[in-house]
Design a protein around this ligand. Structure first.
Ligand SMILES: *Cc1c(COP(=O)(O)O)cnc(C)c1O
Length: 421
């Protein structure tokens, strides 16, 4: 459910017509809907109603400061995986007590930044990292609430590049070794064990892997309590999938996910943290591009866009599907054409879709990629020296550029040529 709909034949973001934004900022660009972001956060918050809980938005999905402020103002916590994300959450006004620090390789410098600024908890992913955190905490004279991320060895049945809960993945401590790791952690003078953390992957379209993982977490929690640890928080990660294809069956709803949480860990009396990213931001964003050329190839037509894999890498990186729609609704009854939809980057991988069925598209036409609000702008690069594309936030009938497109001069000015050359 989002707020990108056709009105009088024109695609709108809430009450703003997409061509109006295109006329102001040029193409390509990302546009986010505030109402959709708010709605998705609320749906998660409601899904855990009645349980003590905090929804910690996974900042890496879309880390624009305006998006973080909007969610933070609704009471969201934040899940960060780097000092940069931590500082973004703070800059958006989110207090340290609502920020959780995840990630498989936090450096001592990153730990120091988070401890100095205040942090709700650090999710540890290995014994050496635990020892490093003890050192940093001790040098600052603070005590840090920690959980240990356990790897439950569960198949999340998602794309291999975003599965994180199998024993072959780099994430977490194998659950079989967890009790030992908790013992060592609890013995550190500056670390305070508060809970258990798990995150099994992203774009999950089935609740069964969650049920399996959370059941293992519940068992572990009982064992850890029997070992004398005070386990008062469970961080259950993120990963709930979104419908990228309107024609496909929809993934489970947050409410059904909430029911699994209740069923598996509800009896433990823990405060529940969840870390959704994609489900909050994904369908809250479009990427809008313009056709540069329509080129006739051998037995196929290419739509060559002004957007490319550097702007939206998901199709090239994860073989991801994005629904692609015209901004001006075509007249009904037009015969569909098949297009290979590509960008101008010098890689064959710069292909958004093959043989995609669309009403005829001409040069200069605007088209929109749906479900581009998560893992879109944040993964963009300036490959082929294409400046990062701007981001726009719409709220009702108003819109604002929330990250401007750099000029060519600004892009070049980031390099420096040494004076000895
Ligand atoms: C990526 C990530 C998330 C968010 O995953 P989504 O699929 O965007 O919901 C949550 N927690 C951790 C630790 C992550 O690495």
């Amino acid at each position: 459910m989002d707020h990108f709909n056709y009105r009088a034949g024109l695609l709108h973001a809430e009450d703003v017509a997409i061509p109006e934004i295109a006329g102001t900022v040029g193409t390509p660009f990302y546009v986010y809907s505030a109402a959709t972001l708010r709605r998705h956060f609320q749906v998660f918050d409601d899904a855990l109603a009645g349980m003590d809980h905090l929804v910690c938005y996974a900042v890496k999905a879309n880390s624009n400061l305006a998006v973080l402020k909007l969610l933070g103002d609704m009471g969201a916590g934040m899940d960060v995986v780097s000092a940069g994300e931590y500082l973004r959450a703070k800059a958006a006004g989110v207090p340290g007590e609502r920020i959780v620090f995840s990630g498989v390789g936090k450096t001592r410098e990153e730990m120091r930044i988070a401890l100095e600024g205040g942090i709700r908890q650090v999710n540890l992913e290995s014994e050496p990292e635990m020892l490093a955190l003890q050192e940093v905490a001790s040098s600052l004279g603070v005590t840090v609430p920690v959980t240990i991320r356990v790897n439950p060895d569960v198949d999340a049945k998602t794309h291999e590049k975003i599965a994180t809960g199998k024993s072959e993945n780099k994430f977490g401590i194998p659950i079989a070794r967890a009790r030992g790791a908790y013992g060592e952690t609890a013995a550190q003078p500056n670390l305070r064990v508060v809970g258990v953390d798990v995150h099994i992957g992203s774009q999950l379209t089935d609740l069964a892997p969650y049920r399996a993982a959370y059941t293992k977490v519940a068992e572990l929690t009982e064992q850890l309590r029997a070992d004398g640890h005070e386990i008062s928080r469970l961080d259950l990660g993120g990963g709930l999938g979104i419908p990228y294809e309107a024609s496909n069956t929809a993934p489970p709803l947050p409410a059904d996910y909430g029911a699994v949480v209740r069923e598996t860990v509800g009896q433990l009396g823990c405060e529940i943290e969840i870390e959704p990213g994609r489900l909050i931001a994904g369908n809250a964003g479009l990427m809008v591009a313009r056709t540069i050329y329509v080129k006739q190839g051998e037995g196929r037509k290419f739509l060559i866009l002004d957007a490319a894999m550097n702007d939206l890498v998901r199709p090239a990186m994860y073989e991801a599907h994005h629904d692609i729609v015209p901004v001006i609704a075509p007249e009904p009854g037009l015969e569909q054409e098949h297009y290979d939809i590509v960008g101008p980057v010098c890689e064959s991988g710069d292909t958004f879709a093959k043989a995609r069925s669309l009403a005829p598209v001409g040069p200069e036409d605007l088209i929109a990629f749906r479900s581009a609000g998560a893992y879109g702008a944040v993964m963009a690069s300036e490959y082929n020296s294409r400046p990062l594309i701007p981001e726009v936030l719409v709220d009702g009938d108003q819109f604002a550029v929330v990250r401007a497109r750099p000029s060519y001069a600004e892009m070049l000015a980031r390099d420096a040529v040494p004076d000895w050359l």
